[in-house]
Write a protein that binds this ligand. Structure first.
Ligand SMILES: [Zn+2]
Length: 284
């Protein structure tokens, strides 16, 4: 029985043609302005987050009298608004770091730049938590509920602000120099980019699920999309010089592989059953 292998649908990343041209000339396609714009947006949102926190503090100290809602609900609404601004701001900041990463030459600066979102999340909730816990004006229920809400917000905001795939300017540069204008591919939920996708020859990196949609772009675009690491299998197969390039540990794909295989096997069994059924019908 001939093995039927599904081909993924491949779509180009936005601005693919332009990125290809720039990469061929050894230039970055994503303007410095893109990253700056994202950083400005992040800072505006973070300032808004602090404004909501300050409003909450003013309410706790009775400096701001709003009567149309109970204090507990006012505090919860302000904590949620604070959280929304922290999270969206951090996503913009992370995106900016993947377009224009910080240099790793200065360790302290590199750490601060990459963890800015987490630092902001701490400043956006910790003072509020301390103030609520030490305040005597609030009734017990308001105090407990609002404090718990602020702690939960701190945890969610902190976790959402962590850059789980940080990259340095040096690592980005190494990948762009080594891969040049070559096409790389990534899946909707994967954390790495792949090089071994032979679209004409139907040959693929074994870690790719063939039924999945793939995005095609330059390595600069893959990194900007948060795929900061190169698939180690592809690197080996395509003989890529990986010195200086951020590599994956292969764990995410390995975890997904048994599932992919099971789906493939089930598809095969289903096809065989269908064939048996067809044969039975013909025999009748
Ligand atoms: Zn791969």
């Amino acid at each position: 029985m001939a093995e039927q292998k599904k081909k993924p649908t491949i779509t180009n990343a936005a601005g693919y043609e332009q990125a290809k041209k720039a990469a061929a000339q050894g230039k970055p396609a994503l303007a410095q302005g893109n990253a700056t714009g994202l950083r400005v947006g992040a800072v505006i949102l973070w300032v808004l987050a602090f404004v909501f926190e300050i409003l909450a503090v003013l309410i706790i100290f009775g400096k701001l009298n709003i009567t149309f809602l109970p204090t507990m609900w006012l505090l919860i609404i302000l904590i949620v608004l604070d959280l929304v601004c922290v999270i969206i701001g951090s996503q913009l900041w992370k995106k900016a770091n993947h377009i224009r990463p910080a240099s790793e030459k200065n360790n302290a600066l590199f750490w601060i730049w990459n963890n800015m979102g987490v630092i902001v999340a701490c400043f956006a909730f910790l003072p509020l938590i301390v103030i609520m816990l030490s305040n005597k004006n609030l009734d017990k229920k308001t105090k407990v509920v609002a404090t718990v809400a602020a702690i939960v917000a701190l945890l969610i905001g902190g976790a959402a602000s962590i850059d789980y795939n940080p990259i340095s300017a040096e690592q980005q540069q190494a990948a762009m120099v080594e891969l040049g204008a070559a096409d790389v591919y990534w899946t909707p939920f994967g954390k790495v980019y792949h090089t071994y996708v032979n679209e004409a020859g139907d040959e693929y990196c074994p870690y790719l699920n063939r039924s999945e949609a793939l995005t095609r772009g330059t390595v600069e675009q893959a990194i900007a999309a948060g795929r900061t690491r190169l698939c180690s299998w592809c690197a080996k197969h395509d003989g890529i010089d990986t010195s200086g390039i951020l590599m994956d540990d292969g764990r995410a794909e390995e975890l997904a592989e048994p599932l992919t295989e099971t789906v493939d096997e089930l598809t095969e069994v289903a096809t065989e059953l269908q064939e048996l059924e067809d044969n039975a019908e013909t025999a009748d």
